[in-house]
Design a protein around this ligand. Structure first.
Ligand code: ZN
Length: 140
């Protein structure tokens, strides 16, 4: 073997080896990436399943500002914004009136249909009382 072709052969062998080594490294990295992705997917899937299970145990009452209650009556109401936005079960705190509930995260008040009807009735009663009073007022 003459010295020049010996050098060339060595270079070829080196670059081939570098290529193979690189391929193995890339392959190993890809395998690692796939494992990470699979783990993420499994986690996402189990999170989604847990959320679906949670939602199946809840009941939405559209008339009551779409608040959620546990179907078995063991809890509620829960914030619909927290549920749909963050997939979190956030119990609402009582507002200043019966039937009024508050989400501390959204700083939002929710009202039951019952409370709205009661306030409408109160407004009607006041208006009637006002008319009765004006009949005996100084302008009649
Ligand atoms: Zn909320």
């Amino acid at each position: 073997m003459d010295p020049i072709s010996g050098v060339v052969e060595k270079k070829v062998a080196e670059s081939a080896w570098a290529y193979i080594r690189g391929w193995f490294t890339r392959n190993r990295d890809q395998k690692k990436q796939i494992e990470v992705l699979q783990a993420q997917l499994a986690e996402e899937r189990s999170g989604k399943l847990a959320f679906e299970k949670l939602m199946s145990e809840l009941e939405c009452r559209p008339a009551d500002d779409s608040m959620y209650w546990k179907k078995d009556g063991s809890g509620g109401p829960y914030c619909p914004l927290c549920l749909h936005g963050d997939q979190k079960l956030m119990p609402l705190t009582h507002g200043n009136r019966d039937g009024s509930f508050y989400c501390r995260i959204h700083e939002h008040f929710f009202e039951t249909e019952e409370l709205r009807q009661r306030s409408r009735q109160t407004a009607r009663d006041r208006a009637q009382a006002g008319r009765r009073l004006s009949r005996f007022g100084p302008w009649s």
